[in-house]
Design a protein around this ligand. Structure first.
Ligand code: FAD
Length: 291
């Protein structure tokens, strides 16, 4: 089933669309571990599960397809295959799309991917300079529902809100049928994105991406990788509990739970939980929804 139709159905039923994100094991990791994780995630009956795709050939890319196909076949849950355009040429992308289609996957999250540090100035390596070009190629290929990323606080390489909206609109015009947001810790940033997007006549569903915090290191990585803002409430939580990892997990999950509660009350189109392959994170974060 196409994810755009899931959003439509849920909207008619006045329900949010609930989705989870997982990532394939690293190059030498055991794929069976992810299947055990999926057993537990499948029980939560999300509307779809997305599977990340390693940029720049990190060795996890083939596993994305295997896992996405497994989700659909074994759990009858729709899967969303992430796909990055960076460092990939047109023909390789066409072959990739054929392989994805052959496994029965109907939904792709089309991303540019992060530019590898050692090729930042080498534009010739990038057939797909922006995600919108990949979105268009996938739509032209046919029979896929394509989603894309959005950034409540702007993408780390760019900063004006006007540009943020302009580029989002271009992705919708290229064929994106829904957006999944970058994680954020301050719901107001997501509400501002929604207001700006609707003013810019961006009409497709926009899902809120929530990542419960697990450690100070993880949060620091996110802040510097994604440029997200840390509200003082969260900084104080980290400060209070950082010496006790269990208490920090608990407080982090509660913070995410409150974020989700507020988003659901606001009436967002959907919630996307970055599970970090931890079923308990998804279970706890979605408790409010399941109540
Ligand atoms: P784009 O939309 O192309 O944006 C890239 C940059 O170009 C931004 O700075 C943007 O402001 C700018 N830009 C866009 N259009 C224009 C234009 N017309 N003119 C000038 N500048 C422009 N990465 C992975 O490697 N694998 C994954 O599985 C993955 N999953 C993700 C899932 C989500 C929900 C999100 C939010 C991100 C994910 N990422 C993933 C990270 C993503 O690849 C990076 O954030 C990447 O740097 C940007 O990807 P994009 O698709 O948003 O690119």
């Amino acid at each position: 089933m196409k994810i755009q139709d899931i959003y439509k159905q849920n909207k008619q039923a006045k329900k949010p669309t609930i989705s989870l994100e997982i990532f394939p094991p690293k190059k030498d990791g055991n794929i069976e571990i992810i299947y055990q994780t999926l057993e537990e995630l499948g029980d939560l009956k999300p509307d779809f599960i997305s599977v990340t795709y390693g940029a720049g050939g990190s060795g996890t890319v083939n596993n994305t397809l295997k896992i996405a196909a497994h989700i659909k076949k074994h759990y009858k849950i729709e899967s969303l295959h992430h796909l990055t355009g960076i460092m990939t040429n047109y023909q390789d992308m066409q072959n990739m799309l054929k392989a994805i289609q052959k496994r029965g996957i109907e939904n792709i999250l089309a991303l540019r991917g992060d530019v590898p540090i050692n090729s930042k100035n080498n534009k010739s390596l990038n057939t797909y300079q922006y995600a919108k070009e990949l979105i268009k190629d996938i739509c032209d290929f046919g029979n896929f529902c394509v989603g894309a990323a959005c950034y409540p606080e702007g993408h780390i390489e760019h900063n004006t809100a006007v540009e943020n909206m302009e580029y989002l609109k271009q992705k919708e015009e290229a064929g994106a049928k829904f957006f999944v947001s970058q994680l954020f810790f301050d719901n107001d940033s997501f509400y501002r994105l929604l207001d700006n997007a609707r003013s810019a006549r961006i009409c497709v569903p926009i899902t809120a991406g929530i990542m419960p915090i697990l450690s100070r290191l993880q949060v620091e990585r996110m802040v510097f990788m994604c440029g997200v803002t840390l509200p003082s409430k969260l900084i104080k939580i980290i400060h209070k509990y950082e010496q006790n990892i269990d208490d920090l997990h608990k407080a982090g999950l509660e913070y995410a739970f409150e974020q989700i509660d507020d988003l659901l009350t606001y009436g967002v189109d959907g919630i996307h939980v970055y599970t970090m392959n931890r079923p308990n994170v998804a279970k706890f974060a979605l408790m409010r929804y399941k109540e």
